[in-house]
Design a protein around this ligand. Sequence first.
Ligand code: UDP
Ligand code: MG
Length: 314
Amino acid sequence: MTHAAPTLSIVCPIHNEEEALPGFFAELLPLLEASGETHEILCINDGSRDASLAVLQSYQQRHPQIRVIDLSRNFGKEAALSCGLDLARGQAVVPIDADLQDPPELIIDMLRVWRQGFDVVLAQRTDRSQDSLLKRKTAEWFYRFHNLISEPPIPPNVGDFRLLDRKVVDALKQLPERRRFMKGLFAWVGFRQATLPYARRVRTAGESKFSGWRLWNFALEGITSFSTAPLRIWAYLGLGIALLAFLFGLFIIGHTLMYGRDLPGYASMITVVLFLGGIQLIGLGMLGEYIGRIFSETKGRPIYIIREPDQDAP
Ligand code: UDP
Ligand code: MG
């Protein structure tokens, strides 16, 4: 194994991808070979329960540029990616999915744009037609809502597939948070960015690890990590409701003075009580989202744990 820093590091988080890996390497290895760049491929096994680790190790034996890092359990894609970025030694680092949804040939174009002086080369999906209508719409709403209330905005339809210069990776490594919404962190560090369009392919083998519920939580993570608007909106909402209640109170007083006492309406009363109760619970729940995150940040636990370091680990 070589200890000299390569030009390019590929970082691939892997969770139960035994079926996808052969196709992935069959495409990636010749491509990188042909590029003539010195490179390493970091495969982060994120607690796979299938034969992914064994498959990875067999490839590693035949190809010394492959480094296999085995996490102690499933920490989630964001953590696996953080681990890969921490251990990558390349001058340029490209995170990529193992299912070939991120087309490897784009890496060559990314390198070209990087050499023109850009620090981050984003790969933007122009075609999401293989995603369901529901997924496309919810993704669109997410980006719109997130960017409405969060600073800095994240570019829509850009995933983790991108090229990062060494400077950018070092900046990311300085961010202390434990809960890592990578897309947001990538945007937060800034640097000079260029965008390359690409058509996202369909998954080659195996199935998506992100169910609807997991995506919902992922979206919440993104919003609560980069915006305090959901915390602050309650003060304004409360102020608005209190103002309306005050005006309504004045109206009732005037009405009673002029027309005498009225029989109060049960239906409107209960509606208001239930509505306000609901609003308060939503506000409390939102507080809970943030407090939960503060709680997990203050514990300061490591983002991931490596079961066994690879021989090349620094
Ligand atoms: N992944 C991971 N840990 C997880 C879930 C996913 O490392 O807990 C990896 C997965 O193996 C793949 C990448 O993250 O390489 C993207 O996952 P997937 O293709 O399921 O996501 P989708 O493309 O459906 O958003
Ligand atoms: Mg995928």
